[in-house]
Design a protein around this ligand. Structure first.
Ligand code: FAD
Ligand code: SF4
Length: 512
C-alpha cells in the first residue's frame, strides 16, 4: 500500500478504493479544511463574548410527543448555535476539556463556530470523538465538560453538548464528498479483533483503524451499537444517527460481523491463535439485576433491558407489522431512578399506558438520572412515588395485578454519599398495576468465562491495568465490563485508550 495517508472509501473489507486524504495539499478538491490541525486554533480575532443567557433548545411539546417515538429535543438552529458559541470566553486553559473523558477540543471547535468556519469546527470535534452526534445527545455534560466551564460558576455554562450535536448534525447534512473524513494512517497489515459493538468497541475499532490496523468487530446481536441501539430509545437517540456514525466506521478498515457471539463461536484465545495480534473485549454489563422478590416471575413483569430491547431493537411498538410482542400495560410501575428507569417509563407512556409511576426508594433529589430526563418524564405525565421499595409483585391467574411496596425514610449518607433509605416499620401498601418494569441495574454476564480466560475482580467484572490490559497481555478490555454500568463517553474513552495501548504494544513487539 502507498505510504502516503489515505482515506478508504466504499467497503468494509479493509481494502478499498483509495482516495487521497484531504491532508495531502496536491489532492485537495476544494477548500476543505485540513482534518487534523496541528496547532490549537487561535482565539478568534476581536472576540467579545456575548453576555446573553444560555440558549434554550426547542423540544416537541409534551402533549404531542407521548404519541410518537420521534426525537424529543429538536436541536439548535444555525442562529441559536452561533449565538451560543459567542458566549464562550475562549479561556486560555480551556478547563472544559479536562471534564471530557476523551478531551474533545472544545475550545477549538467553538472558536471555529465563532469564526463561522463550520468545516474546521467539525474537524476539531471529530479529531477525538468518533460519535459526536451520539455524545451531543446522550452525554451527561452537566457533570462533565459543562461542569468545568467557568460560566458554570454562575449556573449558565456554555451549552457544549448542544453545540457538539449541532456541528455533528450539520456535518451529516452535507453531501458525502464534502463531509469530514478522518485521516487514516498507512496500513500496518496487522489484525485486531474487537468483541462487542457498543461505544467501547466502536471507539476502540475507530482508533485502531485510524492507526493503520485491520479491525474485525464481532457483535452477538444483529445490529451494531450496544446499548445505543437496544437500550436508549429512539426519542432520545434516533437510530439513523447511530447508523450514520457506524457507517463512517465501515468506510475505514473496520469489518463488522453481526450475529457473532464470541464465547459460543470461539474464545478470545482462539482468535489470537487464528492470527489476530490482539483482542479488545467491550461486551458491556448487560445481565439485568433482578429485584429478588416474590412474584417476580408473574406475567407482566419485565427487566428494563428486555422491555427496552423489545421496543428499540425488535420494534415491538410496530406490532403486528413487526412480529415482536410486548405487553402494552394500562397501569405501569417502573422500579428505579436512573436513566434506564426514565427510558422505560417514557417508553411505556408511548406504548399507550394510562398511568406510569416510578417507584424509587430515595427521593427525586437522589435520583441518579440526568435532571433533563427526569424533567422530561414528569412533563410527559410520569408520576414519582418516592421513598418506596418493592416487596412483592402480587397477581392473579399468573398475571401481575399490583406491586406491594415498603415505605422508606432517609437516614445518614452511605458510601455513595447519598442518604441511605431505611424501611419504616409496618408501613406497607399495594400499588395496583398490570405491568412492572425493574430498572435497578445490571451486572457482568457469567458467559464472560467462555469469552476469555482472564482474571475478573470480586464483582465479576474484568480486572485490567490502567491501559485496559487484562491478565493476558494480548487481551485488553474496557467499558461497562470493566467499570460496571457507567456512561457512553466513559466507555468510549476506555476503548480509545486501550486502542492506543494495543498500538504501542504491537509496535514495541514488532508483532506480525
Ligand atoms: P454496551 O453498550 O453494553 O455494548 C456491549 C455490546 O457487546 C453489546 O452490543 C452486546 O450485544 C455485545 N456483546 C456482549 N457479549 C458479547 C459476546 N460474547 N460476543 C459478541 N458481542 C457481545 N449513558 C450515557 O452516557 N447517557 C445516557 O443517556 C445513557 N442512557 C442509558 C440508557 C439505558 C437504557 C442503558 C441501559 C444505559 C444507558 N447509559 C447511558 C449507559 C451507557 O449506554 C453504557 O455505559 C455504555 O453503552 C457502555 O458501553 P459498552 O460498549 O461498554 O457496552
Ligand atoms: Fe468556553 Fe467554558 Fe470551555 Fe472556557 S470553559 S473555553 S468558556 S466552554
Amino acid at each position: 500500500m502507498n505510504e502516503r495517508d489515505y482515506n478508504q472509501e466504499g467497503n468494509n473489507q479493509g481494502e478499498g478504493t483509495l482516495q487521497p486524504s484531504p491532508s495531502s495539499p496536491a489532492s485537495l478538491p476544494n477548500d476543505l479544511p485540513r482534518t487534523r490541525p496541528v496547532t490549537r486554533a487561535a482565539k478568534p480575532t476581536r472576540h467579545r463574548p456575548s453576555r446573553e443567557p444560555r440558549h434554550a433548545m426547542a423540544n416537541q411539546p409534551a402533549s404531542q410527543r407521548t404519541n410518537n417515538f420521534d426525537e424529543v429535543a429538536l436541536g439548535y438552529t444555525l442562529e441559536q448555535a452561533t449565538a451560543e458559541a459567542q458566549r464562550c470566553l475562549q479561556c486560555r486553559n480551556a478547563p472544559c476539556e479536562s471534564g471530557c473523558p476523551v478531551e474533545v477540543r472544545i475550545k477549538d471547535f467553538i472558536a471555529a463556530m465563532i469564526g463561522n468556519d463550520l468545516p474546521a469546527g467539525v474537524a476539531a470535534l471529530k479529531e477525538r470523538n468518533a460519535l459526536p452526534a451520539v455524545c451531543g445527545r446522550v452525554c451527561p455534560q452537566e457533570n462533565q465538560c459543562e461542569a468545568k466551564c467557568v460560566l458554570a460558576k454562575r449556573g449558565e455554562p456554555v451549552a457544549i453538548g448542544r453545540l457538539e450535536r449541532f456541528l455533528a448534525d450539520w456535518d451529516r447534512s452535507r453531501p458525502e464528498n464534502e463531509r469530514n473524513m478522518t485521516k487514516l494512517q498507512s496500513c500496518k497489515h496487522k489484525r485486531v479483533a474487537v468483541i462487542g459493538s457498543g461505544p467501547a468497541g466502536l471507539a476502540c475499532a475507530g482508533e485502531l483503524s485510524l492507526r493503520g490496523y485491520h479491525v474485525e468487530v464481532f457483535e452477538a446481536l444483529h445490529a451494531p451499537g450496544g446499548v445505543l441501539a437496544y437500550g436508549i430509545p429512539e426519542f432520545r437517540l434516533p437510530n439513523d444517527i447511530l447508523e450514520d456514525e457506524v457507517a463512517a466506521l465501515r468506510k475505514s478498515r473496520v469489518t463488522l460481523h453481526m450475529n457473532a457471539p464470541i464465547g459460543a463461536l470461539a474464545s478470545c484465545e482462539e482468535l489470537l491463535e487464528e492470527g489476530f495480534q490482539a483482542v479488545f473485549i467491550g461486551v458491556g454489563a448487560g445481565l439485568p439485576r433482578f429485584m429478588d422478590i416474590p412474584g417476580e416471575n408473574l406475567n407482566g413483569v419485565y427487566s428494563a433491558n428486555e422491555f427496552l430491547t423489545r421496543v428499540n431493537l425488535m420494534h415491538a411498538h410496530e406490532f403486528p407489522s413487526w412480529d415482536t410482542p410486548v405487553q402494552r400495560g394500562r397501569k405501569v410501575v417502573v422500579v428505579g431512578g436512573g436513566n434506564v428507569a426514565m427510558d422505560a417509563a417514557r417508553t411505556a407512556l408511548r406504548l399507550g399506558a394510562e398511568e406510569v409511576t416510578l417507584a424509587y426508594r430515595r427521593t427525586q433529589a437522589e435520583m441518579p438520572a440526568r435532571d433533563e430526563e427526569i424533567e422530561h418524564a414528569i412533563e410527559e405525565g410520569v408520576k414519582l412515588l418516592e421513598l418506596a421499595a418493592p416487596l412483592e409483585v402480587v397477581g392473579e391467574d399468573g398475571w401481575a395485578t399490583g406491586l406491594r411496596l415498603q415505605k422508606m425514610e432517609l437516614g445518614r449518607a452511605d458510601a455513595s454519599g447519598r442518604r441511605r433509605p431505611i424501611p419504616r416499620e409496618g408501613e406497607e401498601y399495594t400499588h395496583p398495576c398490570d405491568t412492572v418494569v425493574s430498572a435497578i441495574g445490571t451486572l457482568a454476564h457469567p458467559h464472560l468465562r467462555e469469552v476469555a480466560d482472564v482474571e475478573v475482580n470480586e464483582w465479576g467484572y474484568l480486572a485490567v491495568g490502567e491501559d485496559g490490559q487484562t491478565s493476558n497481555p494480548r487481551i485488553f478490555a474496557g467499558g461497562d465490563i470493566v467499570t460496571g454500568a457507567a456512561t457512553v463517553i466513559e466507555a468510549m474513552g476506555a476503548g480509545k485508550s486501550a486502542a492506543i495501548a494495543i498500538d504501542e504494544m504491537l509496535d514495541a513487539s514488532g508483532s506480525h
